[in-house]
Structure formats: C-alpha cells, structure tokens
Design a protein around this ligand. Structure first.
Ligand code: TYD
Length: 200
C-alpha cells in the first residue's frame, strides 16, 4: 500500500462482533508499514464520559436512551479535540465507532432524527473522510461474540442486532464517504477488501 498523501479521518463501524478490532489492527499495521503515521482511537473513549458510558453499557448504571445519546455525543465532542490535534500533527486517524453508532444504536429507542441532527450539526464534531462499515448478519456476529467468551453488553441479542444493522444500513445510505464491506469472509479476505476501499 502507498503512504497517505494527507492525513485522513477514517472510521470503522459495524454491529457487535463484526470484526472491527481485528481489521483495525491489520489496517493500522499496513498503514504504518507503508510509512503513514497513525493515531488509533475508539469510542466510547477512556475519558470520564467514556467511563460513565461503559458502566451504562454493562448495565451497572441505568440511563435512558436519550441520556445515552447525549453522553455518547458529549464523549464524541470531547474526543474531537484529540482527533483534530492528531490530524494537525499529520497523522491518519483510525477510529473504532463514531456517530453512525449513536444513530443506529440510540436512534433505535429515541428520536433518530434528533440524534442525527445533534451529531451532524454539531460544529465540534468532524465529518469522517471515510466510513468503513463491516457488514455481518446478526447470527454470525452472535457466534463470534460467544466465541470470545467475554461478558455480554446490553445490545448483544439477535433481535436488537438485527434492528441495529437495519438502522445502520438505512442511515449509511444517506451519508457521504461510506463504504460497505462484506465482513463474512476470512480476516485476510476482509482486509483485502478494506485495503481496496482505503486505497481508492
Ligand atoms: P465497542 O467497544 O465498539 O464494542 P465491540 O468491540 O463489542 O463492538 O462498543 C461498545 C458498545 O457501545 C457497543 O455495543 C455499541 C455501543 N455504542 C452505542 O450504543 N452508541 C455509540 O455511539 C457508540 C460509539 C457505541
């Protein structure tokens, strides 16, 4: 792969278990080996707001869907300061999840149009140069999640993941700079498809 000409803000999205972490690891390695400096990051972040979100996701804290939407959006606005700095320092930013997730997950249980506007219209929230959506059927994603053997989070049931995937696909259709990648193949196959999308 060729080094990046100018730093880009690249986001990975997908339902739980779609393979974002594995594929981000591979892309980070490929970019770094090509000589592109990378800033790897994720949402929810590890800030105070992000920690609050983790506690809500595990079910330890009770938050309404609207409260979650506000918290994820706050976490994102705070995160943007780091993202902007990395881009200004010439680094390509690789981010695991962004506002597409808030629209798909929280939009499900609150007003999706409100969630969308709050994120897209916020001057402190940057539009990604590329969103790679790893598309996987919920049955397959649940198999992968259970193979990990970790504690499950509040969204990891088939009915919820099916609705969330539909929300993702509907919202992605209406947004710019999106590439939908079939994530059902082997890690190597999916990586090749991602390199194609990133290289375009
Ligand atoms: P993540 O750490 O990406 O989990 P995984 O690696 O299992 O995909 O995300 C944690 C959870 O947070 C995931 O279930 C999706 C949820 N989430 C939202 O509901 N809204 C958001 O805006 C974000 C960023 C994540």
């Amino acid at each position: 792969m060729k080094p990046e000409k100018s730093p880009r803000f690249i986001v990975f999205e997908g339902i739980d278990g779609a393979g974002k972490t594995t594929q981000l690891d591979r892309l980070e390695k490929a970019l770094t080996e090509a000589g592109t400096p990378v800033f790897r990051t994720a949402e929810p972040t590890s800030s105070d707001t992000g920690k609050l979100l983790r506690r809500a996701l595990s079910g330890e804290l009770q938050k309404t869907p609207s409260e979650l939407a506000l918290l994820f959006t706050l976490d994102r606005a705070e995160h943007n300061r780091e993202i902007e700095k990395a881009l200004a320092d010439g680094k390509t930013v690789l981010c695991d999840r962004y506002y597409y997730s808030t629209i798909a997950y929280q939009g499900n249980a609150t007003d999706p149009e409100w969630v969308r506007r709050m994120n897209l219209d916020c001057p402190a929230i940057r539009t990604p140069d590329l969103c790679v959506f790893l598309d996987l059927m919920p049955d397959e994603s649940i198999k992968r999640i259970s193979a990990r053997g970790e504690a499950t989070e509040i969204y990891e049931t088939k009915a919820q993941l099916t609705k969330i995937r539909d929300n993702f696909l509907n919202t992605l259709k209406t947004l710019p700079n999106v590439r939908i990648i079939d994530a059902s193949g082997s890690p190597a196959e999916v990586h090749e498809a991602i390199l194609g999308a990133v290289g375009e």
